[in-house]
Write a protein that binds this ligand. Structure first.
Ligand code: F6R
Length: 366
């Protein structure tokens, strides 16, 4: 059942090269610089004329939504709002008929997300779904959408479903850009060509497992942990913190790295592990200053860096190297070591990683 792995969670972490590939298969045509999403074709005119996109989701799916916000705004130049379904549904939100609502849900059964969809539908918006479980309730409530092809996810903590959601959101960002003409054909070709290579880069990111076991040994008894990132590294930090909380019961918080000085920096001392996404992209230099702020207060830095990095290596207590990729694809790679850190720490602490206390795989109560 677990395919030789000790837990479903670990099996599902290792399935990600495949589940990411399956989520883009048949949908991208790099040579033609084209994305095809069958379940969106009917709504391409709506997408062209939409004033904004509202993404609704809960938990990990909400984090995927935040990544979607960065990518859709960057590539399709469409304003995006990302809402917790539970907040959105109870606050009489402003919804227009030319809004497109994207609901993200692994299970397709989350009660709050379903209620948010019903509300937006009543107000005349177009609703698209990104779901994993075929035939679940949410795909039946939406007008169109695109399934993630992650396959069944058994571990309660979402891993491969998250990266599959991010993959599909990346495709939606490119699709919207194609429809709106905000990306040149050649740029799309180069992005799609790179996207095609992501499954093999994820394979390399999984090879960080050995160093991660050592890091987990050192930090398994921590009581707190901070995750920092900027740009798309910020939602990745939030997701890293959620994973650690849910399966190891260590208190963890994710923050945009620059927000640290507005409060959380008071928590930093020699006991505090700070996991920083410090890959080589547009915010690299800024993240380096944030690392210096932590080091000046004796915090322990565990940095996710781009292969071959030397600058961060000189400052950090530990570095985890992941392959270089366009900034757009950073979440698909940087998430992998964070999943592994949580997994190993939880196992070392004797936690039930596949079925953490108090949690259920689908949350059908509001
Ligand atoms: C975290 C986790 C939850 C779910 C959330 C939404 O690992 O599994 O936070 O992401 O309950 O569930 P779905 O995506 O099924 O709507």
């Amino acid at each position: 059942e677990k395919g030789g792995y000790d837990h479903f969670m670990l099996k599902e972490i290792y399935e990600q090269p495949r589940s990411i590939y399956d989520s883009m298969r048949g949908r991208i045509y790099p040579l033609e610089g084209k994305v095809q999403l069958g379940g969106l074709v009917e709504y391409s005119e709506k997408l062209r004329n939409a004033n904004r996109i509202i993404i609704v989701a809960c938990g990990t799916s909400w984090h995927a939504g935040l990544v979607g916000e960065y990518l859709i705004e960057e590539f399709a130049r469409l304003p995006v709002e990302v809402e917790y379904a539970s907040e959105f549904r109870y606050r009489n939100p402003v919804i227009y008929e030319n809004d497109i609502v994207i609901a993200i849900s692994q299970s397709g059964e989350t009660a709050d997300t379903m209620a948010a969809i019903e509300l937006a539908k009543e107000k005349g918006a177009t609703i698209l779904g990104i779901c994993n479980v075929v035939g679940s309730s949410i795909p039946r409530l939406t007008h169109g959408g695109a399934y993630t092809h992650a396959g069944p996810e058994i571990g309660v903590a979402s891993t491969k479903a998250f990266t599959a959601q991010v993959t599909v959101l990346t495709l939606i960002a490119f699709y919207a850009a194609q429809i709106k003409g905000t990306l040149s054909q050649s740029k799309l070709t180069s992005l799609l060509t790179e996207l095609e290579s992501i499954p093999s880069l994820v394979e390399k990111a999984l090879a960080t497992n050995d160093i991660i076991v050592k890091i987990a040994e050192e930090f398994k008894d921590s009581t707190n942990c901070i995750f920092l990132g900027r740009g798309t590294g910020f939602p990745v930090a939030l997701e890293g913190a959620l994973k650690l909380k849910e399966i190891s019961y260590i208190h963890a918080e994710g923050y945009p790295a620059a927000e640290m000085k507005h409060g959380p920096i008071a928590l930093i001392d020699e006991q505090m592990p700070v996991i920083v996404i410090a890959t080589k992209n547009s915010s690299y230099e800024k993240v380096i200053s944030n690392i210096q702020e932590v080091k000046a207060r004796k915090g322990k830095i565990i940095a996710i860096v781009t292969e071959g990095d030397t600058e961060v290596k000189n400052m950090a207590d530990y570095v985890i190297e992941i392959p270089h990729a366009d900034e757009a694809f950073l979440p698909l790679l940087a998430t992998i070591p964070l999943q592994l850190i949580s997994y190993h720490i939880a196992v070392m602490r004797g936690c039930n990683v596949d079925q953490p206390r108090n949690l259920a795989k689908s949350v059908t109560v509001e």
